[in-house]
Design a protein around this ligand. Structure first.
Ligand code: CTP
Ligand code: ZN
Length: 163
């Protein structure tokens, strides 16, 4: 056993749940926002920010105890945290580890930038839907009006005034 990482000095290991690791530093709160986790759901949630990482220099970590997040629920965070790994923990052990991957269809998270798009009409409750047209760089296309959304615009939308 090596030295205890400083992230574990801040927040202990969890018994059961999901650990989202290797989040680019400063983006943990945006990750929670995308996942719709507010803290009001009653799960214990730990947010660790700006801890040392061998791969990233600095990174953030989010631990959600008592909830096993499914791949389709978390993959959308790849839009802002492409380096993130999802660790499913059971009985204190990591039983599954995988990288996030941008889903082929991104629903409800982003806003179409075309002001006349049907998803932006008041009174119409049509969730935004974007198709993934390129992964590197990330380019999404609105299913309804065809407008393209580029990586920098996606980051700006999700991170808002944070960065
Ligand atoms: N973790 C946790 N509770 C556990 C087990 C692991 O909170 N019961 C956390 C660890 O602190 C770490 C992440 O889950 O942030 C992944 O754990 P592990 O695979 O043991 O760490 P590494 O081998 O360092 O992971 P990687 O190779 O992905 O960097
Ligand atoms: Zn549109």
């Amino acid at each position: 056993m090596g030295p205890v990482p400083d992230s574990e000095l801040l927040v202990r290991k969890i018994r059961e749940g999901t650990v989202i690791d290797h989040i680019p530093a400063g983006r943990a709160l945006a990750v929670l926002r995308i996942l719709g986790i507010t803290g009001r759901e009653g799960f214990r949630v730990a947010v660790v920010m700006n801890v040392e990482s061998r791969k990233l220099g600095r990174k953030d970590i989010v631990k959600v105890e008592g909830r096993l997040l499914k791949p389709h629920e978390v993959d959308v965070i790849a839009l802002i945290a492409p380096t993130a790994t999802i660790n499913i923990v059971k009985d204190y052990k990591v039983v599954e580890k995988r990288r996030v991957k941008i889903p082929r269809l991104v629903e409800g998270v982003l806003k179409c930038k075309n002001p006349t798009c049907i998803t932006r009409k008041k009174g119409e409750y049509i969730r935004s839907r974007f198709r993934l047209v390129s992964e590197k760089p990330v380019i999404l296309q609105c299913v309804y009006c065809g407008t393209l959304l580029h990586e920098d615009e996606i980051l700006a939308q999700v991170l808002g005034e944070q960065e």
